[in-house]
Design a protein around this ligand. Structure first.
Ligand code: SF4
Ligand code: SF4
Length: 295
């Protein structure tokens, strides 16, 4: 339900048109992901950098990485063709905050063209404490953070390393640092009225039985929704030989966690350059390389 009493009218209206935050909206409103953030500051063992971020993307090579200027051009092009486009998201292909200046310039540029569009970011959360104030000041009211575990021993098996302020951390030390920043960043965003969605990658025999504890903690922190997603091991990643989590297993866990907080069940694990309604992928039609033939 999106009718949370704490939401301001503007946020409420925008949420009702956000296909990922509102199950009703996903048949009516389109989103586009702008692939302006190629770098990442951590290494998840299920990710191969040649592939899109598993935070928000089906593994697959992103077709293009855009500068903020080209991203604004692409927005104008897509908005002309898809009138019900309501959301612009930045979901990599790396981390939306790893090169914050690129993400910030993109959002500011699109806002100058169309102030009604809803923005959405997805991040691993490492840099949220640094950028949450700017994210809020830019008018972003929907942020997704991937939190795979609270227990640093489990996290240490999921993340190969964390690079933070010029230093690289591994094992439980890296895991503790990542978690501390995620929690501080989420608390900051929630306190400022941002609707936070938590993505959790369900990895069999690794974090699956721990996920209900993660969901309970996220509920306690006031997040809007949790989105348990199946592990899709990227080819070439450290987890490439682990089994993909089945839909049945994910749904069974969502049923358990639904008792605590609403579960997103319609996530498509979209590409970082996805365009269109959630169930359609028009990313190839809207490649900037194809624009001259189209217009
Ligand atoms: Fe890959 Fe995203 Fe993890 Fe970075 S945060 S390593 S881009 S899945
Ligand atoms: Fe929405 Fe999931 Fe696609 Fe992100 S990956 S745009 S949350 S459906």
């Amino acid at each position: 339900c999106i009718c949370s009493g704490s939401l301001g009218g503007d946020t409420l209206e925008k949420t009702s048109k956000h296909p990922c935050y509102s199950a009703e909206a996903h048949h009516k409103y389109a989103r586009m992901h702008l692939p302006v953030a190629p770098r990442c500051n951590i290494q998840c063992n299920y990710c191969n950098r040649k592939f899109d971020c598993v935070n928000e993307s089906r593994p697959g090579v992103t077709s293009e990485v855009l500068t903020p200027g080209l991203a604004c051009d692409k927005f104008v092009w897509v908005k002309e063709k898809i009138a019900n486009l309501s959301v612009v998201g930045i979901a990599g292909p790396g981390d939306a905050l790893a090169d914050w200046h690129l993400t910030r310039q993109t959002i500011a540029g699109i806002k100058a063209i169309n102030e009604d569009i809803t923005f959405c970011l997805s991040t691993n959360g490492l840099l949220l404490p640094a950028y949450a104030p700017e994210i809020v000041a830019l008018g972003v009211r929907h942020v997704t953070v991937t939190v795979n575990a609270l227990d640093p021993v489990i996290s240490a098996r999921i993340y190969a390393f964390i690079t933070y302020q010029g230093k690289t951390y591994t094992g439980t030390e890296g895991a503790e640092l990542l978690l501390a920043n995620q929690l501080a960043g989420i608390a900051n965003l929630v306190a400022q009225g941002v609707l936070v969605k938590i993505n959790i990658v369900m990895i069999k025999d690794l974090n699956d039985t721990h996920i209900p504890a993660v969901v309970k903690k996220m509920k306690e922190m006031g997040v809007f929704v949790t989105n348990i997603m199946p592990l899709i091991p990227a080819p070439g990643s450290a987890f490439q030989h682990l089994p993909q989590t089945s839909t049945k297993e994910v749904n069974a866990l969502r049923d358990v966690c639904q008792l605590d907080i609403q579960q997103m069940r319609h996530c498509q694990q979209c590409r970082a350059d996805a365009v269109g309604l959630l169930h359609e992928d028009r990313s190839q039609e809207f490649r900037m390389g194809n624009r001259s033939q189209d217009s």
